[in-house]
Design a protein around this ligand. Structure first.
Ligand SMILES: Nc1ncnc2c1ncn2[C@@H]1O[C@H](COP(=O)(O)OP(=O)(O)OP(=O)(O)O)[C@@H](O)[C@H]1O
Ligand SMILES: [Mg+2]
Length: 261
C-alpha cells in the first residue's frame, strides 16, 4: 500500500486541514499519516482560535514518521510560523523526502489570515525550493507575484514570474475567479489549463486542502504531474457535485462520494 503524509493544521470541524487530507488520502485507498503543525478552533463560519504546535514537537512527529514508514508523497498545508517552517524544511532535507506538494496556505476560505507575515519569507526561501509543485489560489499567487491578477493572461504572467524564483511546477487555482473553475499549470516552461465547469455549490470549505492531498495521493501512486492534477480535479469536482450540505456557513465537501459500501 502506498503512503501519504500530510503536514498541516487540524480543523476540528473536519472539512479542511488534516481531517480533509486524511479523508482524501483514504478515499484514494492509500495509507494516510499526519504531522500536525497547529490546532485550530474553526467551523464552516470561520476560524476562532489557532494554537501552534511547538516546533520541536513537529520535529519529533516527522522523525517518528520518517524513521519508520517512509511516505511516498507529502502534502504540506498550514504552517503558521517561521520556526515550524524551518524545522519542516530541515527534516525534509535530512530524510530526502520526495513528491512534495506545497499548498501555500495564507488565508482560509472564510477570510482568516493563517500565515503571519514573518513566516512568508521562510515559506518562500526554505519550503518552496523543496517542493515539486506549489498550489496557490488566486490571492496567494498575487502575493507571490507581487501584483493583482484579473484575467487568464495575468494568471499566465504570474505563473511565469513566480517560476523565476522556483524550479518546480506551479498550479494557480481558479476557484475564486468568475466563470469556470479553470486551474493553470506551469511546468518545465509549458502552460496547461485544467478546465472544469464551476459547480453551483456554496459549500467549498477545504477545497484547497482536498485538491493538494489528492495531487499528493496520485503522485504517490506513481502518476506523472499532469495526470495527477487531472485526476485530482476530477475528484474535487465529484466531491463538490455530491452536494453535501452541513453547517451554517460554507460547508465541507463529500470526500467519500466515490466510496461504495
Ligand atoms: N465551485 C467550484 N466548482 C468547481 N471547482 C471548484 C469550485 N471551487 C473551487 N474549485 C476547484 O477547487 C480547487 C481549489 O481551488 P480554490 O481556488 O478554491 O482553492 P483555495 O482557495 O486554496 O481553497 P481553500 O479556501 O480551501 O484554501 C481548484 O481545483 C478549483 O478549481
Ligand atoms: Mg487554500
Amino acid at each position: 500500500m502506498k503512503t501519504v503524509l500530510t503536514i498541516a493544521g487540524s480543523d476540528c470541524s473536519g472539512g479542511a486541514g488534516i481531517q480533509a487530507d486524511i479523508k482524501t488520502i483514504t478515499a484514494h485507498k492509500l495509507y494516510a499519516m499526519s504531522a500536525i503543525t497547529a490546532l485550530t478552533a474553526q467551523n464552516t463560519t470561520g476560524v476562532s482560535a489557532i494554537l501552534d504546535v511547538e516546533p520541536d514537537f513537529v520535529a519529533k512527529q516527522l522523525d517518528a514518521i520518517f524513521t519508520d514508514i517512509f511516505p511516498d508523497a507529502i502534502k504540506i498545508g498550514m504552517v503558521s510560523n517561521a520556526d515550524i517552517i524551518g524545522i519542516i524544511a530541515d527534516k525534509l532535507k535530512q530524510y530526502n523526502a520526495k513528491n512534495i506538494v506545497l499548498d501555500p496556505v495564507m488565508v482560509s476560505t472564510s477570510g482568516s489570515k493563517l500565515l503571519v507575515p514573518e513566516a512568508l519569507d521562510a515559506l518562500i526561501n526554505k519550503l518552496m525550493p523543496l517542493a515539486d509543485i506549489i498550489t496557490p489560489n488566486l490571492m496567494e499567487a498575487e502575493c507571490l507575484a507581487g501584483y493583482e491578477i484579473h484575467s487568464a493572461d495575468e494568471m499566465i504572467k504570474a505563473a511565469k514570474d513566480i517560476s523565476k524564483n522556483f524550479k518546480g511546477s506551479i498550479l494557480i487555482k481558479g476557484g475564486h475567479f468568475e466563470g469556470n473553475a479553470d486551474d493553470l499549470l506551469y511546468t518545465n516552461g509549458e502552460i496547461y489549463w485544467f478546465r472544469t465547469p464551476r459547480i453551483d455549490n456554496p459549500n467549498t470549505h477545504g477545497t484547497g486542502c482536498t485538491l493538494s492531498s489528492a495531487i499528493a495521493s496520485n503522485l504517490a501512486m506513481g502518476y506523472d504531474m499532469k495526470t495527477s492534477i487531472k485526476n485530482a480535479k476530477d475528484y474535487i469536482t465529484g466531491a463538490l457535485k455530491a452536494g453535501l450540505d452541513l453547517g451554517k456557513g460554507s460547508g465541507p465537501l463529500n470526500h467519500c462520494y466515490n466510496i461504495k459500501l
